[in-house]
Design a binder for this molecule. Sequence first.
Ligand code: YXS
Length: 266
Amino acid sequence: MLDVMIQDKICFLEMRNEDRLNCLSEKLCQEIIDGLNFAYSSECVGVVIAARTNKGVWSAGHDIKELPTGGGDPLAYDVPMEKMLRKIQDLPIPVIAYVTGTVWGGACDLCLSCDMIVSVDTATFAITPAKLGIPYNASGIMHFINQLGINKAREMFFTANPITAQDALNVGLLNHIAPAEELEQMINEKILNPLRKNSILSISAIKRQFRVLSQSTSVVSSENFEMVNNWREKVFRGPDYSEGVRSFLEKRSPNYKGKAKDLDVE
Ligand code: YXS
């Protein structure tokens, strides 16, 4: 499911689950974690996460067929996709997303968890929990607020509509975009060759600082923490989550029954 290659101190991880639109299945997430660990233990100075696309899709996000039913939290701290996202953020060397197609759901969070994103100019990016009746999690929402600005983040979550690569570049989601035929040369010139030349000791210390400092503002009170959990639990235990997953798999429009006031606490 994942091809791993090291070339001149950069480790290239290429998702090869294209028959399943590179869905972030438990197996693929674990292979990405293993690939990241291999890159670091091989003393690489950077990792590129790429994908073999199918139907123009870079990754269709979490494998919907693996989402828990019966009241389980689809985005709990210990699910493989969340472990993979944290591994990308915690890896002490730069991780770059190399996007060559459309990006959906948790794959969008995968890109935001990377240190940089370079993308083909025809790519799109969508975060889709609202389309599936899923409650996103706090760390994921913080990724979007911190990196997109709160209004664009809200638009992406509330509409579940894809945004274009140009739009994503304008709001700072992407570092660079280029036509397909120029993308490989661009990432080498603008990112990989400087990584190969600069001090990885300095870069690693700076990435570790970014990780610590980016979490410094997101401490919430214990009461607010419990309130957020209460909202999320009401969603993933509510009627819409199971209807959202079922409707997708049955290829029909969802018929949501949930109400905003269902989240109110008297
Ligand atoms: O009918 P078959 O068996 O061939 O399967 C179809 C789709 O059901 C399947 N497929 C998926 N299976 C599991 N998980 C997925 N995420 C997924 N996406 C697709 O692949 C086969 C071909 O899909 P099809 O016919 O729809 O292809 P298409 O070219 O018409 O459309 C491609 C997409 C990607 C636009 C479309 O498949 C799509 O909208 N997929 C869902 C994208 C999405 O919403 N992903 C979010 C997953 S949930 C997640 O990541 C987070 C938990 S959250 O929701 O919070 O963001």
